[in-house]
Design a protein around this ligand. Sequence first.
Ligand SMILES: [Ca+2]
Ligand SMILES: [Ca+2]
Length: 469
Amino acid sequence: MAVRLLLASVLVGSVSAQFPRACTHAGALKSQTCCPVWEQDGSVCGERSGRGSCQSVVGPQTPGYSGRDFRMAWPSSFYRRLCVCNGPFSGFDCSECKEGYRGPRCQWRRLTVRRALHEMGWAERRRFVNRLVLAKTTISQRYVILVSRNTSEAGSPTFRNASVYDVCTWVHYVAAKPIKTKDDPNFAHMGPAFAVWHRRYLLFFEKEMRHLTGDEGFFLPYWNWTLSPTCDICTDGLMGRNGPSGTLLPPSPFANWETLCTYDGGDEENFHLICPGPIEGKTLLMRNPGKDRRADRLPPASDIWKCLQIRQFDSFPFNQYAPFSFRNSIEASLGSLQFELLYKTTDQALDCCILQAKGLKPMDLNGLSDPYVKVHLLPGACKGNKLKTRTVRNSLNPVWNETLTYHGLTQEDMARKTLRISVCDEDKLSHNDFIGETRVPLRKLRANQRKHFNMVLERPPPLAFIHQQ
Ligand SMILES: [Ca+2]
Ligand SMILES: [Ca+2]
């Protein structure tokens, strides 16, 4: 549902219409109309010049700004009427050209060639960094950001000035903010919109940079991270060098950049809040590529090759559980595992019925894996504590339907032990590859009751991983 709404909102251009300054005065909010006058011809939405017209929003609408997360029916929580632009025209007042067009009447095609940071000369790189700094320190004249703390709070919205860079950050922050729980899909991630949303978002960012710098040829360079196993653009001269805490070291100009929200809630009750307080001190920018819980390294070229072997863009259920999904794969999904656990008090046995895995990350060059599952009880590293299933050859969606049983497990063990379930790829000629794992504290089980699990696989934090091998 959320994803469908997002796709719909992308189509009406909402990503590039985040609270234009011209639409945040009391009159616009009261009339729920965002149809600014195009200065050059003095008509709303440039209608006199055939650029666009003020029209009612089509699609799902919510009754005002109350009771629901405003993102669920964007933009109608705020505006019922918007500029709808004709042909190659675009922008909240139709004063701009759609991407790919330029000229006073948007009559010419525009070709943008985005180059790799590595291919840019020293002066060009420096200019790029300086422009990012300019964006971080210049208040946007075009947009303001919403700072009402509650996304479903009744009452008038409150807006705040923000720098050009922070406006762009805010767009991503709001779209990526969880809807219900941390592991649910959100408007920007873990769903079919992932790639298209980010493409649209980067185009928005590029456009704002062009407005700021006056350079119509501005482009966001790309980073080919496969050239080095570490972050080779995390240098003083480019994106900043990490200190031990993950924040950036001087003399990088990014070292003193503060994040948009100093505190982000952290627990599930706060997921509907925007930048909830308290704001204490400043939170500095961190840059730690390759340190995510699902992607613990920068993907090498072979990973990209394996992703490209997946021919289907996405598949049911269109989230992080989707098998055969190119989209899920580029979102660094490791796959999901279904299993059932049953603790029988009469014979002190724990049955681990390993059912199947879906959408496993390919670990072999043929774009497949040879998966098997092993289970451990933690703490405890003795051999008798490890059990494993058979290997299913050449599959990313293996079915095992195999029961592994621990005997002699006391109630006390059940109260303090954790079951670690790992999925690995068997390799004949080298060490087997670890794909991902999930953990279940056994105290979560009720004695003599079978419990079904469908869990997304994760990579353990590096330290814990080394400790437990
Ligand atoms: Ca392998
Ligand atoms: Ca293999």
